[in-house]
Design a protein around this ligand. Sequence first.
Ligand SMILES: CC(=O)SCCNC(=O)CCNC(=O)[C@H](O)C(C)(C)COP(=O)(O)OP(=O)(O)OC[C@H]1O[C@@H](n2cnc3c(N)ncnc32)[C@H](O)[C@@H]1OP(=O)(O)O
Ligand SMILES: O=CC(=O)O
Ligand SMILES: [Mg+2]
Length: 352
Amino acid sequence: MSQKTPRNFFKPLAIGAPEPMRDLPVKLERMIHFVPPHLDKVRAKVPSMAPGVDVILANLEDAIPADAKDAARAGAIEMANMYDWQGKGTGFWSRVNPLNSPWFQEDVSQLVLNAGHQLDVIMLPKVEGPWDIHFADQYVAQLEAKAGLTRPILFHAILETAQGMALVEDIALASPRMQGISLGPADLAADRKMKTTRVGGGHPFYRVIEDPKEDGSDRASAQQDPWHYTIARMVDACRMAGINAFYGPFGDIADLDACEQQFRNAFLLGCAGTWSLHPNQIAIAKKVFSPDPDEVKFARKILAAMPDGTGVAMIDGKMQDDATWKQAKVISDLADLVAGKDPDLAKAYSGD
Ligand SMILES: CC(=O)SCCNC(=O)CCNC(=O)[C@H](O)C(C)(C)COP(=O)(O)OP(=O)(O)OC[C@H]1O[C@@H](n2cnc3c(N)ncnc32)[C@H](O)[C@@H]1OP(=O)(O)O
Ligand SMILES: O=CC(=O)O
Ligand SMILES: [Mg+2]
């Protein structure tokens, strides 16, 4: 037998570590906003930014220069104490360096021991398989016990190697700590040997072209989404495991339209949120990952027409049944969650 028994799956991995969660906390996670914690100027903005985002992440990995890793780690610990994350409901996460790096052990031990009481999620990059999650799981349990934490810290894996992609289902199921998985299109592109220098989004050379015309006139051609398969597979793996899928970074900070389209494709395919790398991506994520008020109104019409979720109904010429009732419930439940945080959208959803 290569798996834990059901009873052992939910046992703490160290004496004195908190009980693993059986269900994920229900939280709005439309954007995970990346902050470079070694930059004093940016770190100082954290308390004023925190109420306006769903999650703030102290990034210790890529984009932090090697000679600033210690400063970034210290900055992340400072960020943990700059805001009442647990009391005010904005998530506080950190992306640590990979397991094979010289920084992983210090990143995790210092974060858990000095900031564990505020830290919701540790983002683990370049996860190759369930063994990476198991190692981190045991290590964090030891540290949680040492720190006397009563709430377990969750894990979020980044899907950014071909092997991680091939084993995405096993990664999603590896531990009760698993909160979600993000697409890492930059590292994944490199590992797959995709021929691109972009971070997410489309590519002008990745397209379909219509058949030749008899009159020899120009053939229409359109860009396609090179991330469709990966995102859809990640969503299936995550939802199978009862965790959430997230789009990752969109690197063309100035191209707000393309960013919005990439985020929207991920939202429609089932993702719960995305990363924001720059303040101008926060508003886009908020707009895209909050359901559209007209969709919410229509969803609520479906729920009202079929109070027990069974049968068939016609609404605005469209057939509704048990399956569309479930679709409507997804949208309505998300709207309730958003309304709890956003008074303007609460008003729009209530139709006032
Ligand atoms: C492939 C991957 O792994 S992606 C994840 C790793 N990468 C990251 O985390 C990158 C995070 N983002 C950043 O570092 C920055 O946004 C950059 C480098 C991309 C661009 O930074 P800048 O050139 O300073 O952008 P810009 O000049 O438009 O910034 C405008 C303001 O927003 C601030 N700002 C920029 N990014 C952020 C951020 N992530 N959080 C908070 N404030 C920010 C800037 O400090 C600046 O503030 P100021 O007006 O007080 O001077
Ligand atoms: O870490 C993110 C990526 O795209 O790589
Ligand atoms: Mg990466």
